[in-house]
Design a protein around this ligand. Sequence first.
Ligand code: SAM
Ligand code: SF4
Length: 326
Amino acid sequence: MFDRLNRTIDYLRVSITDRCNFRCTYCMPPEGVKQLHHRDILSYEELLRVIGVLSRHGIRKIRITGGEPLVRKGVAGFIKQIAAIPGITDLSLTTNGSLLAGMAGELKAAGLNRVNISLDTVDPGKFAAITGAAKLDATLKGIRAALAAGLTPLKLNVVLTEMFGETDLAYFIEQVYRYPIAVRFIEYMPIGNSRIGPGFSSDKVKEMINKAGGGCLEPVPGPPGNGPAKYFLLPKAQGTFGFITPISDHFCHACNRLRLTADGRFKPCLLGNAEIDIRNALRAGARDEDIAHLFFRAVSEKPDSHNLRRSAGRPEFRRKMSQIGG
Ligand code: SAM
Ligand code: SF4
């Protein structure tokens, strides 16, 4: 499926819940956001129907997200059913990792290919300050369990906040030497009203790695993947470093994705307020071609570039990140 700018749209990010056991300061307000009522959240059957229809119109890659997707009951069974849909070639999940240790094997057996785990710092106090949860050990266990279960290639997502420091840098460099993982630094997007501000720029982190990493970062050769990260290698390291720069160097020209929120809205752009309601249609007896039509509409409404670039001031976002899934 191509959009009006000839971008291939083959990737759907599916938020299965707005609930989360963390309160990351850049993602939601400390009191949390008003939770959706159970009846307002798409059921697994409804989600499977949408994914099934979209798989016949070019969607190949599915990422499950939240809130925290592992807090929703029955997620492994849901993943098993997605994995059985013809045409879905890549099935992944983004998680804070805190519940993963007890579930990694089951998720792998269900057909999940890989996970991205969010980890911004390895300092327990800073971790708790960012996430509102004293769960660093659980997340670290989740990372080990994901590697042991073969939920690979494993990616660690690090949002660059002012909490990021030398100890974290040393930890991530060590991980990249020891394991074939990708550590991806993500520029902080000013969407919430975070008490913790943005940290170093991507360029500064590259400079720090060059200084502390035992060699200089080299761009990964070959064509770029179809994700937003730009990857770099350190000599002799097994893994890579990635940089995701939605603000300083946006990648909208190569955007390949659409989002589906837990309450059944297609979002053409993460950093835009446009939404196309699919829940009402599903519950009013939509035919497959009606679902496809709403998908085409959402694709046709994908903007050329995102709001943070176009508007002069700070735009108002109707949803917090936890209500979209990143
Ligand atoms: N709960 C899961 C997790 O934390 O991985 C999945 C949902 S979370 C919204 C998805 C990703 O968005 C995480 O990697 C998180 O760090 C990132 N994120 C949330 N708010 C952000 C912000 N303001 N700027 C940049 N990344 C953000
Ligand atoms: Fe929860 Fe993930 Fe948002 Fe943190 S980033 S509050 S873990 S949804």
